[in-house]
Design a protein around this ligand. Sequence first.
Ligand SMILES: Nc1nc2c(ncn2[C@@H]2O[C@H](COP(=O)(O)OP(=O)(O)OP(=O)(O)O)[C@@H](O)[C@H]2O)c(=O)[nH]1
Ligand SMILES: [Mg+2]
Length: 220
Amino acid sequence: MDRPFELNITSPPELSFEQNAAGRKLFSQEINFLKGVVHASDLPEPDRIEVCFCGRSNVGKSSLINSLTRRKNLARTSNTPGRTQEINYFCIGVSHYLVDLPGYGFAKMPKSIKERRQKLLSVYLRGRASLRRVFVLVDARIGPKQIDHEFLQLLNDNAVSFQMIYTKLDKVKQEQKSKLLDMAGKAISSYPVGLPEVIFTSSKTKSGISNLQTAIAELV
Ligand SMILES: Nc1nc2c(ncn2[C@@H]2O[C@H](COP(=O)(O)OP(=O)(O)OP(=O)(O)O)[C@@H](O)[C@H]2O)c(=O)[nH]1
Ligand SMILES: [Mg+2]
């Protein structure tokens, strides 16, 4: 179902140090890896505010979690797509969970593992009562692809609210941003559960990280 109105996609300006007070406070708490979940029965109790990071393999999910938490190796990153195999849970204090999901769209994987992973992902996305927002990461060099659409459709079908995040901003020219916003608008407008605000990030230069910290801190 398309929205009945044209969607005006915006991207917030970079927050100042002061403007990110709530984000900094949240992320200054103790942050730990809790566990990697392979079976839905191992998911922790849904008793905290939870956000998760999804996107194609190699888009930069684990790197973004490290940038948000200002830790080098909290989430394992890799040049090899398919590094994150499980649903990885990180605790921020005792109030929030950050969740690193395995990437989608990585072909070089045994079919049985791919199917098991797919099943776990859909069980997770369908029934996670504490999941406040899904951050869908898209590589700024590539833009949203068919496989991202399939994922957004899955979120929409399950009434899970999502926000699109562009990663690897350091790899594209500033002038590309308006085209990327356009592309995001086209992708998001088909899904009423999508937020009309996109965040541009770089785990290399740390741009957009404050905005993302604040976006998480403002969730209730
Ligand atoms: N230039 C640049 N490289 C990045 C950025 N974020 C991630 N990378 C690189 O992209 C590669 C993949 O990063 P990961 O964070 O492991 O990606 P992922 O999405 O977690 O990958 P999977 O777990 O395999 O799905 C690594 O080589 C990172 O160094 C960024 O903002 N800028
Ligand atoms: Mg990863």
